[in-house]
Write a protein that binds this ligand. Structure first.
Ligand SMILES: Cc1cc2nc3c(=O)[nH]c(=O)nc-3n(C[C@H](O)[C@H](O)[C@H](O)COP(=O)(O)O)c2cc1C
Length: 168
């Protein structure tokens, strides 16, 4: 089980456990970003500190201190989008203290659709992150969305389940 960092509050000296998660997404039409935000809400419910980053804006070096990296992007041409691929390439040079990774994607509900998350997860493993939970796909009903009904609830739930692992 993941270990949470124990910190002491100033003055009261109360000791609380906190874990920090970075949710990093690429999103052309906003669907993957919504999924990432839903995931983050679930994590927060379990007391995890969550920071959101757009893949085009994130400084990979700033990700070294997170306990969990959740990386999501749209499926483009059956695999991950170019910005996600570039970002994961840049992570190779970062001294990652994050021990855990989680991959997700958005894609069509079609067995020939391919999956960005499959590739993202493989790269996260190569970066020596432990996969805290197997990858998940969110379904879009058209190229620009919307997300299939109930998707955000499902990802909030997934976030909460992952968050609970840190609480054990
Ligand atoms: C250039 C391009 C290629 C795409 N190729 C695929 C594909 O191979 N498989 C698939 O399931 N969806 C494909 N899609 C649809 C994306 O899955 C969809 O646009 C995406 O999930 C929407 O998420 P976003 O709003 O975060 O960009 C493609 C979309 C674009 C723009």
């Amino acid at each position: 089980m993941p270990s949470r960092k124990v910190v002491s509050y100033p003055v009261t000296g109360e000791r609380v456990q906190m874990a920090k998660a970075a949710v990093i997404t690429h999103s052309v039409y906003g669907n993957t970003q919504k999924v990432g935000q839903a995931l983050g809400r679930g994590l927060k419910e379990q007391g995890i500190t969550v920071h959101y980053f757009k893949v085009e804006e994130v400084d990979p070096a700033k990700l070294s201190r997170y306990d969990l990296l959740a990386v999501g992007g749209p499926t483009h041409a059956f695999r991950m989008s170019k910005p996600i691929k570039q970002f994961l390439g840049q992570l190779k040079g970062v001294d990652l203290q994050a021990r855990y990774g989680f991959a997700f994607d958005t894609r069509f509900n079609n067995r020939l659709a391919g999956s960005a998350a499959k590739r993202i997860e493989k790269q996260l493993k190569k970066l020596k992150l432990k996969i805290i939970r197997s990858r998940e796909s969110a379904i879009v009903t058209g190229r620009e969305g919307p997300l299939a009904e109930g998707t955000e609830d499902r990802f909030r739930q997934i976030g909460a389940e992952i968050g609970k692992l840190f609480a054990q």
